[in-house]
Every structure is written in C-alpha cells, then in structure tokens.
Design a protein around this ligand. Structure first.
Ligand SMILES: Cc1cc2nc3c(=O)[nH]c(=O)nc-3n(C[C@H](O)[C@H](O)[C@H](O)COP(=O)(O)OP(=O)(O)OC[C@H]3O[C@@H](n4cnc5c(N)ncnc54)[C@H](O)[C@@H]3O)c2cc1C
Length: 322
C-alpha cells in the first residue's frame, strides 16, 4: 500500500488520512498550525472559550450521520438547540466542549506533525518530496493529498497540476472578521441570528452551546462579519474592527449599548468560506499517474459535512487505485 502525505489537518485531511490508514496505507498528516481541526476551532482566553470558526453543522448524508452518531457517543459532539427567531428545520450539532473537539477526536491514532508548513511539492522520480518551512524536507511519498483552502492549494499545485490549480482559482474563498467577547448582561432573548441588514452575517451566544464552561451569569458571544464588510475592512486595525462590530451588534439586537467585560478579541479569517453560488468542482480530484489528490470544502460547499465527505471520497479513490 502507498505511503501517503496529507497536507492539512482540517476535517477533510484528517478524514482522508484516517480512512487511508484503516485501509492499510502508511499516512503522515502535516499541519502548519499548533493543533488539528483547522477551521473547526476554539479559542481559549482567560475569560472564556469561543468557537471562532465553524459555528455549528447539519447532517444530511447517511455516512456522515453514522460518523456523527459515533462522535456523539464519544462525547465529542452534541446537538445544540439555540433560541432562534425562526425555528430551523434541521437539527444543529456542535463539538463539545468546543468545536475543536471534533478535529481532535478524528486525529486520534494518526501521526499529525503540527507546526509543519509545506511550502512546495517536489517530484523525485516516482516519489514526492515535501519542502517544509524552516525545517528539513520530507521525502519518499507515493501519494500526496492537498487538503487546504483553495488559494493555499493553488500555490502547491501550480507546478504539477496547473489545470487543477486554475480550477481552484476560479472558486476563491471569502474572508471573515470574527469578534469574541463576554458580557455580564443577557442582552437578548435569542442565542443566535443571521441579521442580513448590517455588517454582521451571524452572531451567537457561544455559552448557550452544550458543555461550555462559562462562569455563572457570564454570556460569551461570537460575532462574524459579512464577507463584503470584511473585504472592505480587510486591512483595518483590530481595535477599529472590534469597535465597529460592537456597535453593529448593538444595532442588530436592538440595544443602546453592549458593554463587554474585557476588550473584545478579533480574528481575521482570510480564507473562511468558498464563494457561494459558483459551480462545484468534482467532489475530489485525483491523478493516479501523479499520485496527487485534492480535497476540502473549497471544492464545493463550505460546510463541515462537505469537508468530511470530500476527504472520505478521495481516500476511497486512492485506495481503489493502489
Ligand atoms: C468563520 C467561519 C464560519 C463557518 N461557519 C460554518 C458553519 O456554521 N457551518 C459549517 O458547516 N461550516 C462552517 N464553516 C466552514 C467549515 O469550517 C469548513 O467547511 C471546514 O471546517 C473545512 O475543513 P477543511 O478540512 O476543508 O479545511 P480546514 O479546516 O481549513 O483545514 C485545512 C488545514 O490546513 C492547514 N494548512 C493550510 N496550508 C497549509 C500548508 N501549506 N501546510 C500545512 N498545513 C496547511 C490549515 O492550518 C488547516 O488546519 C465556517 C468557516 C469559518 C472560517
């Protein structure tokens, strides 16, 4: 069975890696950040913990449903029933005690090398060498899986698979400023909303999610700007972004003022979600001749379920060609 390098420890990369390992491949996952999970992420501060990437997910595919059922049994996922202005027709799920728990659970049993940013793919005969930022190159892979956002994948693929890189370039990812803060006031009777008439695309009372450990009486909030507002403020100072978003949030929930316990923190996602409305690329693309595959939400829809399914499908293609 082939020796496989998976670049990116988001849910797509981890799922692909896990499936390949189950099928007998020797798999190494390379991740540039300090932990697994990618945009399934939770930031912990002295004040609280906040899911600052994916907020919740829905389940439509039977295979994904079985996986989530297993994750629920392990305690890594639970249903979330926020108070909404309009009831959702589908159940919502979140990682517990934070969104990052889902990635951590999926990483179990895998070799994940963190703080390892792959900068180039180099063809050496019939094998791949991966150049790594400020570290020795890693050699000897039969197959490389690229499981990272489109703009970042494009850079790695351009030299070897230009048509794939060009296809990804046609589906850019949109940015998202995200603000996190806590209040001592309940502020509003709802736990989440998508106000379409302001700078804000989504807000949630993070502390209303299951198994969060907010101190009694404290409310933890995550506010995400729309892509258009983010684009216009892309280079703005974090303090300016926080100030504008706090004011927009107060307008969105119709209160005179929002008083955070401490200065809000902000995070700028450069590649948050795929531009909606564009045609989907093939769910996965794999060339057996080159030993190169691509997966991740950037190929079709930026949904947690889609990331999982793309990783799984690619693994099945690779195993079938081995
Ligand atoms: C703000 C925000 C809100 C969202 N809300 C929702 C939601 O409510 N519901 C929903 O279903 N989805 C939501 N999503 C989308 C969801 O998070 C993604 O669809 C999913 O997590 C993508 O998984 P992935 O594995 O494809 O990519 P990622 O999770 O991005 O994983 C890619 C990994 O690759 C690493 N990486 C990148 N480049 C390199 C490199 N050169 N070398 C090594 N490692 C590298 C990154 O650090 C990252 O860990 C949201 C996303 C964001 C950002």
């Amino acid at each position: 069975m082939p020796r496989v390098a998976v670049i990116g420890a988001g849910l797509a990369g981890l799922t692909c890696a896990k499936q390949l390992q189950t099928q007998g491949c020797e798999v190494v996952v390379l991740e540039k950040s300090r932990g697994a999970g990618g945009r399934l992420s939770t930031r912990r501060t002295a004040q609280a913990q906040y899911d600052h990437g994916a907020q919740y997910f829905t389940v439509r595919d039977p295979g994904f449903a079985a996986f989530i059922e297993q994750m629920c049994a392990q305690g890594a996922v639970a249903p979330w029933q926020p108070r909404l202005r309009q009831r959702s027709s589908e159940p919502w799920y979140v990682g517990t005690p934070g969104m990052s728990a889902l990635g951590r659970a999926q990483a179990q049993g895998l070799e994940v090398r963190t703080q390892t940013r792959v900068t180039a793919l180099v063809r050496q005969g019939s094998h791949w060498q991966l150049d790594v930022h400020e570290a020795q190159a890693i050699e000897g892979f039969d197959v490389v899986v690229v499981a990272i956002p489109n703009e970042q994948a494009q850079v790695l693929l351009q030299a070897h698979a230009a048509p794939w890189a060009d296809a990804l370039a046609l589906a850019p990812m949109l940015p998202c400023w995200t603000m996190m803060f806590s209040t001592a006031q309940e502020l509003c009777a709802f736990d989440a909303d998508t106000p379409s008439d302001s700078a804000i695309g989504w807000w949630a009372r993070n502390s209303s999610k299951p198994a969060r450990a907010a101190p009694a009486g404290q409310h933890d909030w995550v506010v995400q700007a729309t892509p258009a507002w983010t684009q216009a403020q892309l280079e703005a100072a974090p303090e300016t972004v926080a100030q504008s978003l706090i004011e927009a949030f107060a307008r969105a929930i119709d209160v005179a003022q929002v008083a955070p316990i401490e200065q809000p923190s902000v995070h700028r996602w450069l590649y948050a979600r795929r531009t909606p409305g564009l045609p989907a690329l093939e769910p996965t693309r794999c060339s057996s001749a080159l030993g190169l595959g691509v997966c991740g939400d950037g190929l079709s829809h930026s949904r947690v379920e889609q990331a999982y399914l793309s990783g799984l499908t690619l693994a099945q293609q690779i195993a079938a060609q081995a």
